[in-house]
Design a protein around this ligand. Structure first.
Ligand SMILES: [Fe+2]
Length: 304
């Protein structure tokens, strides 16, 4: 185990067929800021210090190219590479300099269910980080569907050093820092993307952001409500090309004293789907959509 070597969830790399339509959505409507544009890719930042939190890459179809985590140091990248190599990684590249505008040192690999994950240290940071009203600050979490939740959870915990924070009937919540979760594994038909959540400054920012989405014709597919595990407020939308995205706020921060929850800790009255009891269930459209996006079949090396 390598507890403590990962410091957080940095970015998601999304393959999209229509780069300009997705760029328009994530900038003008979702609220991210483009920092680098090339013919085939757009890198988008939030108000936190990360160089980017979303990278859009032109592909023949929508597919999740990778989920990228930060490690503390180059030495920790090398240590993580060694433990991943000893585990059942389906594919893995050697650590090296990252061939992306954010720079740094890292490697990409495929976990036992075929997800493409990347670990990077020493990537660029901005000095002007400050939460902005109604704009995403940083990624909060990525929820990944899994055919075998215990097996995937064990890989994240035993190999990558995550900590299990809560379990419900269908989900396992895990973290590599003081956020209640950066990853959740949901029981599903395969290693697909359930959704990507973006942390807003506060509840008011979430509500104003959700209003902006509605102004642009995007319905709230689930919410507004408050989750049980993580205690975060949520509003879910369907972005272009069937990526399910969430604005979230007030995500619980934890320390070593947090007691891992069990499914029986999260029992609500029949029909209730959020902690407050005010939200309707997720839309049927969202339930179908959040099983659609598959990981790319081949590794996207950080070395390009
Ligand atoms: Fe979420």
């Amino acid at each position: 185990m390598v507890q403590g070597k990962l410091t957080g969830l940095r970015s998601v790399e999304l393959g999209v067929a229509d780069l300009s339509a997705s760029t328009r959505f994530y900038t003008e409507i979702w609220g991210l800021t483009p920092v680098v544009r090339t013919e085939k890719s757009v890198f988008l930042r939030g108000s936190a210090a990360y160089h980017h939190i979303v990278a859009l890459h032109r592909r023949s179809k929508a597919e999740l190219l990778s989920v990228t985590f930060n490690a503390r140091s180059r030495g920790d990248v090398d240590a993580l590479h060694a433990v991943v190599q000893r585990a059942e990684a389906a594919a893995i590249e050697a650590p090296g300099l990252v061939n992306e505008p954010s720079g740094g040192y890292g490697f990409a690999f495929q976990d036992p269910e075929g997800r493409i994950l990347r670990v990077v240290a020493g990537d660029e940071r901005y000095a002007d980080a400050a939460p902005v009203s109604d704009r995403p600050h940083q990624l909060a979490h990525v929820v990944l569907n899994s055919e075998d939740v215990p097996k995937s959870r064990d890989f994240f915990v035993d190999v990558l050093g995550f900590r299990l924070t809560d379990q419900t009937q269908s989900m396992n919540f895990i973290t590599c820092n003081d956020h209640h979760h950066n990853i959740a594994l949901a029981r599903g038909s395969g290693p697909t993307l359930n959704h990507v959540a973006f942390e807003m400054r506060d509840l008011e920012s979430l509500m104003r952001g959700a209003g902006r989405l509605r102004d642009h014709g995007y319905a709230i597919e689930w919410g507004v409500g408050r989750h049980g595990p993580g205690d975060n407020v949520f509003a879910y939308f369907i972005a272009p090309e069937d990526y399910v995205v969430e604005y979230t706020a007030e995500v619980l921060r934890i320390d070593a004293s947090y007691r891992t929850g069990k499914p029986e800790d999260w029992r609500w009255p029949p029909g209730r789907v959020d902690h407050w009891g005010i939200s309707d269930p997720p839309s049927e459209r969202m339930k179908v959509t959040q099983q659609k996006i598959r990981f790319a079949e081949t590794l996207m090396p950080v070395g390009g």
